[in-house]
Design a protein around this ligand. Structure first.
Ligand code: GDP
Ligand code: IMO
Ligand code: MG
Length: 431
């Protein structure tokens, strides 16, 4: 099984970074294929936390070739900060361990400014709660065919021409529509030229590299960012991100054919969280929600915002299973449910007195859905020290079996703490 996709099945922050780090021990290549530095992927090793926004979470393993694919939008300043932090830890010693697609799009200061200005101007109900990293404007420019690709960003003349073409319009909007300060072309150019000089050694034709690796039978991990419910087509539109986050995005965002993908493993938190605005039927706006937030440390890895918390929603998960074609599950943060007398699981919805087993396309309708729950017994003791299936309390085993049966998918890894070794590995993906 040489190619494995690891992606989020909920609203992001399921623990994808941790899973990639664990599986990367056996991998040769790790590829990010969509999203940008709206992602915050946490890896904890030996008590030390590393949060990755751009670089694949396999980077802690020196043998892993890290790739940022064409489907990514990339902020050079953020990426360089990340590279510097990793190098200070003795990682990424070889520059070519990180390769960046010539076709990836570059986030510029006007994208960030427009993202923040648009959010500020929106009414309370219309705010999306974006990460303010310029993701939407950068993808908008890509689709509008006016973006800046990494390969062009590295060429000073092309970079200058891009800024001369694009900044006047962005500045017009910033000044005249949003009442903000305009950006100075020379300042942006000087900064971006310097960034380009430092990032030039990472340039590569990554689709070719990934395809060659797959042909050679090397073990490739594809690392999703965000989660299924934030997908621009299939998520809770408009409360979504600006990229496709589902498995299909691997093909477009890395340049590999669908038949090259062997396994699609969905990472699912043992409960649900969401950061930013939008519908969330099983949300708990009470002490229990706060308890999950406290025990799970549910504060954004990118923005530090408190995450909204609620019960696991299997109706939502069924949808994520279908649109991704999941083959396996990874269940994370089981320990956060320790000590609860009863655990509720959403299994469907009720809308206007009718039962629904699908998710309405309209976010307004989805927001009116009431979850239908089934209750399962909780477990009284901590699962943090469990390392084998048999170590788990019988109630926790029943909870996991319930999820497997309802979704008709096997759980292959269970995490019971944030650290690399706080896991129950049931099957290695490359076995
Ligand atoms: P990602 O965006 O999907 O990579 O997830 P994040 O890194 O944004 O958020 C997951 C958070 O949960 C991080 O702080 C992880 O260190 C932490 N975490 C991961 N697995 C576990 C677990 O099994 N138990 C606990 N308590 N924390 C976990
Ligand atoms: P990882 O990869 C959780 C959310 C934002 C907001 C919406 C749009 O760490 O799971 P954007 O800045 O993308 O335009 O914001 O998407 N969002 C995330 N939520 N985890 C993420 O990434 C997210 N990336 C974006 O909070 O609601
Ligand atoms: Mg995250």
């Amino acid at each position: 099984m040489p190619s494995v996709v690891i992606l989020g099945t909920q609203w992001g922050d399921e623990g994808k970074g941790m899973v990639i780090d664990i599986y990367a021990e056996q991998a040769d290549v790790a590829v990010r294929y969509q999203g940008g530095n709206n992602a915050g992927h946490t890896v904890v090793v030996g008590g030390e936390k590393t949060i990755l926004h751009h670089i694949p979470s396999g980077v802690l393993h020196p043998q892993v070739q890290c790739v940022i694919g064409n489907g990514v939008v990339l902020d050079p300043a953020v990426l360089l900060g990340e590279i510097d932090r990793l190098r200070a830890k003795g990682l990424l010693r070889n520059e070519r361990q990180l390769l960046i697609s010539d076709r990836a799009h570059v986030i510029c200061p006007h994208h960030v400014a427009l993202d923040k200005a648009a959010e500020t101007k929106k009414s309370k109900d219309a705010k999306l709660g974006t990460t303010g990293r310029g993701i939407g404007p950068a993808y908008r420019d890509k689709v509008a065919r006016s973006g800046l690709r990494f390969g062009e960003f590295l060429q000073p003349v092309v970079l200058r021409a891009y800024l001369e073409r694009e900044l006047p319009e962005a500045n017009f909007l910033l000044e005249k529509y949003y009442g903000q300060e305009p950006l100075r072309l020379d300042e942006v150019y000087d900064a971006y030229r310097a960034f380009a000089d430092r990032l030039r050694p990472h340039l590569a034709c990554t689709y070719r590299l990934v395809n060659e690796a797959l042909r050679a039978g090397r073990k490739v991990l594809f690392e999703g960012a965000q989660g299924a419910m934030l997908d621009v087509d299939h998520g809770t539109y408009p409360f979504v991100t600006s990229s496709n986050t589902i498995a299909g995005a691997v093909c477009t965002g890395a340049g590999v054919g669908p038949r090259r993908i062997d396994r699609i493993m969905g990472v699912v938190k043992a409960y649900t969280t969401r950061v930013g605005a939008g519908p969330f039927p099983t949300e708990l706006n009470d002490e229990l929600g706060q308890r999950l937030r406290d025990r799970g440390g549910e504060y954004g890895s990118t923005t530090g915002r408190p995450r909204r918390c609620g019960w696991l929603d299997l109706a939502q998960m069924k949808y994520a299973t279908e649109i991704n074609g999941l083959t396996d599950l990874v269940l994370t943060k089981l320990d956060v449910l320790d000590g609860l007398p009863t655990i509720r699981v959403g299994v469907g919805y009720e809308l206007d007195g009718r039962k629904l087993d699908i998710i309405p396309a309209s976010a307004a309708d989805y927001a009116r859905c009431r979850p239908i729950y089934e209750d399962l017994p909780g477990w009284p003791r901590s699962v943090t020290d469990c390392r084998r299936w048999d170590d788990l309390p019988s109630e926790a085993q029943k909870y996991i079996r319930f999820i497997e049966q309802r979704l008709e998918l096997p759980v292959k890894l269970i995490s019971v703490g944030p650290a690399r070794d706080e896991t129950i590995v049931l099957e290695q993906p490359f076995a």
